[in-house]
Ligand binder design. Structure first.
Ligand code: AP5
Length: 210
């Protein structure tokens, strides 16, 4: 049983890597970004509250997101563990999570800002299953390799919003690196590696921590 957090700035590869690790370990990936985007497109009360924050690249208020995660980790498929992708993002969220469930490992994807800007501006995603792609590797393809849906660009991947997301990350989320380091749970993996090399490095790290 392993409860894992994927930490890192926007575009660090949390979504990409947590999907791979989720399949390999057979535990669910919980992406708060995907949950919020689904709520926005279904126009639920949470989605209606979250939309303006997300469009501006700001964080959604802690109480909204903590409630969402509390309900999700209570679901049956989380019994053998889970991977949190994009949560926690503030010290208040990390404290709330600590009251909900024990955390066994925090994987910090460490990638410089200039690489992140390039990745996010070239990202395309499947609006149905959430699978992320990059235009450089799509070789002209325009549909999802999983379910054939036409790929789209996320509204918050526009250049000006990307810069505010990075600023918010440095101000509000980066302090979590020290927070989890002090608890002996943090393992950082550098961004200079290929996607496949990073997956292997993460799986080896998790095996050593299990
Ligand atoms: P969210 O959806 O979580 O976005 P994010 O953290 O900004 O992260 P991204 O999804 O942009 O990046 P990622 O690290 O998953 O990278 P990816 O794998 O896609 O959140 C969106 C919004 O929701 C927030 O701004 C906020 O408003 C709100 N929100 C969500 N959670 C919240 C919370 N807890 N509290 C408050 N508000 C919250 O990869 C990016 C690109 O790079 C892809 O194209 C990929 O193919 C490519 N790539 C990945 N790895 C590599 C590699 N090694 N080499 C080359 N390319 C790579």
């Amino acid at each position: 049983m392993m409860n894992i957090i994927f930490l890192g700035p926007p575009g660090a590869g949390k979504g990409t890597q947590s999907q791979i690790v989720s399949q390999r370990l057979s535990i669910p990936q919980i992406s708060t970004g995907d949950m919020l985007r689904a709520a926005v497109s279904q126009k639920t009360p949470t989605g209606l509250k979250a939309k303006a924050y997300m469009d501006a690249g700001e964080l959604v208020p802690d109480e909204i997101i903590i409630d969402l995660v509390r309900e999700r980790v209570d679901e049956d498929d989380c019994r053998n563990g889970f991977i949190l992708d994009g949560f926690p993002r503030t010290v208040a969220q990390a404290r709330a999570l600590g009251q909900l469930r024990p955390i066994h490992a925090v994987i910090n994807l460490d990638v410089p800002d200039e690489v992140l800007v390039k990745r996010l501006s070239g990202r395309r995603v499947c609006p149905v299953c959430g699978a992320p792609y990059h235009v450089d590797r799509l070789k002209g393809a325009t549909t999802c390799q999983v379910d054939g849906t036409p790929l789209v660009q996320r509204a918050d991947d526009r250049a000006e919003t990307v810069l505010s997301r990075l600023k918010v990350y440095h101000e509000k989320t980066a302090p979590l690196v020290a927070y989890y380091e002090e608890q002996g749970l943090l393992r950082s993996i550098g961004g200079g590696l290929s996607l496949e090399e990073i997956s292997e490095e993460i799986l080896k790290t998790l095996e050593a921590m299990a």
